[in-house]
Design a protein around this ligand. Structure first.
Ligand code: FAD
Length: 469
């Protein structure tokens, strides 16, 4: 039955990357929208202006390579879907090699202007300091990593105490197909099967005595990123300690902590060698597809270049490709795989949708991409239309699938778009890869995935929209 609404408008809370894109998409579908942005009335620790879609740090939207890079594919899909954020990013572009970087002021001013001038958009400069009033029957919450405390508390109450995090603690995530299984092996500690396992759920990378002490030295000597003063004030540090801080507390600490080797036997050990290694790095499945594995307990503040160098010292990970590197930041995000349905509505209160970084995607463009989808879902619902989710083979669909169910809700942490979130290619004729080996073959696979995504997003974008029954 078609849902009836008390009001015509969709309300959006938060005029950042996601909220601005959502507002544009809704208005372009002919539905009025009210965008509530608390700046300049109330500021955040990171924003400096009162402009919509302010970029709080880097001015880069990362790679613009639509053939070989998942972020570039996302850019292109969004261009095809009439994205305001992409239109103004292209208009404000500055030279940055293969990346899309922008003049942040021109970008934000033009996004603000486009929304201010749109006849169906009203901008209301107020903080929504709690759950939205009952009469707002379609709301998108897009308040980002620095959601104001009163709204955050209200969301936490509605979703459950443990389902909203105030910081992220990201362990590096590795593409499974880049792990060397002549050194690594699959086994759960003590072969325990657990509720969803079979006794060989973890990937184990073994270290012998010398490997281990060299690795501890490398961790201790690595360059770290500093916490900002306001991040230091967030009470999270003890619960989620960076791996290098643990290492600095004593040379054996990790061997009795996340790298303990107990309950594990290395099937690659030679005759006469101990089967139990000196230490073990364990990786746990991170997505339902089984293409990505996270390094358990390896959340870190090491600089990105250092992480790649240090973690490739781990036996089995010498050629590891990282879907994302580790980090710890002030953030605000909900446990989306548990709390949201596939059209980004909160299961406990379906008048509320979520978009942007608060859903557990990570990055400017991913946030805007989720905003684009949330906007279309909300507008379609107001219009009484059926509106499908984009196919999982597209960058937007892969991201949506990850945050609304593909990601593991037990270990859910923010995620950038990457090819590991896309379903494998399936049956590709062998001739497609004729004469290609290793990296060249991997690169060609990315191109095929990119082409598949760009074709399938057209179907979504041009979908035949039917009235809801
Ligand atoms: C310090 C810092 C540095 C970052 N650096 C980068 C980077 O270099 N590259 C990158 O890709 N990503 C970076 N990020 C992540 C980045 O913030 C997000 O990718 C992106 O801005 C998220 O978009 P969003 O729309 O979800 O949130 P935002 O862009 O933050 O927008 C949320 C908006 O909601 C408003 N708001 C909050 N609470 C309320 C309320 N109760 N009522 C009304 N309005 C409210 C805020 O004022 C803000 O304008 C960084 C984040 C932080 C905190």
């Amino acid at each position: 039955m078609t849902k009836t609404f008390k009001t015509k408008e969709v309300h959006i809370i938060g005029g950042g990357l996601a909220g601005s894109e959502a507002a544009w998409q809704i208005a372009q579908m002919g539905v009025p929208v009210i965008l509530h942005e608390m700046r300049p009335v109330r500021k955040t620790e990171a924003h400096h202006t009162d402009g919509l879609a302010e970029l709080v740090c880097s001015n880069s939207f990362r790679s613009d390579d639509k053939h070989y890079n998942a972020v570039g594919v996302l850019h292109e899909e969004m261009r095809m879907c009439n994205s305001l954020i992409m239109r103004e990013a292209d208009n404000a572009a500055v030279p940055a090699g293969g990346a899309l970087a922008v003049d942040r002021d021109i970008f934000s001013q033009n996004v603000t202007k486009a929304l201010e001038e749109h006849p169906l958009v009203t901008i209301d400069r107020t903080e929504v300091a709690g759950l939205p009033p009952e009469e707002w029957d379609s709301v998108i919450i897009a308040t980002g990593p620095l959601t104001s405390p009163d709204l955050a508390k209200a969301i936490q109450k509605l979703g459950g105490e443990d389902e909203l995090a105030f910081f992220d603690a990201i362990a590096p995530i590795v593409h499974k197909d880049s792990i060397d299984f002549s050194k690594a092996w699959m086994q759960s500690r003590y072969d325990k099967e657990g509720p969803a396992g079979n006794g060989s759920d973890y990937i184990n990378c073994p270290m012998e005595k010398d490997d281990y002490y060299e690795f501890i030295d490398a961790l201790n000597n690595s360059e770290k990123t500093e916490f900002k003063q306001w991040e230091k004030d967030t009470p999270y540090f003890d619960g989620c300690m960076p791996i290098e801080i643990m290492a600095s507390r004593g040379v054996e600490t990790l061997r009795y902590g996340p790298m303990k080797p107990v309950g594990l036997e290395n099937p690659h050990a030679k005759e006469g060698e101990f089967k139990r290694p000196w230490a073990v790095v364990q990786l746990r499945q991170d997505n339902a597809l089984g293409t990505l594995y996270n390094m358990v307990g390896f959340q870190t503040k090491m600089k990105y270049a250092e992480q790649t160098e240090v973690f490739r010292k781990i036996p089995g990970l010498e050629n590891a490709e990282f879907a994302r590197l580790g980090g710890i930041h002030r953030n605000t995000f909900i446990n989306s795989p548990k709390l949201l349905n596939t059209s980004l509505q909160m299961k406990a209160d379906t008048r509320l949708r979520f978009a942007g970084q608060i859903t557990g995607c990570e990055g400017y463009i991913e946030s805007a991409g989720v905003g684009l989808m949330a906007g279309r879902f909300a507008a379609a619902e107001k219009l009484g239309l059926n509106y499908d989710a984009p196919d999982q083979t597209t960058a937007m669909g892969a991201l949506l699938h990850h945050i609304t169910g593909g990601g593991n809700s037990e270990t859910f942490q923010p995620m950038n778009v990457n090819f590991g979130l896309f379903p494998p290619l399936g049956d590709v004729p062998k001739e497609e890869f004729k004469g290609m080996k290793g990296k060249e073959k991997g690169r060609h696979k990315k191109k095929l995935m990119a082409l598949r995504a760009l074709e399938n997003i057209q179907t979504w974008n041009g979908q035949e929209i039917k009235r809801a029954a």
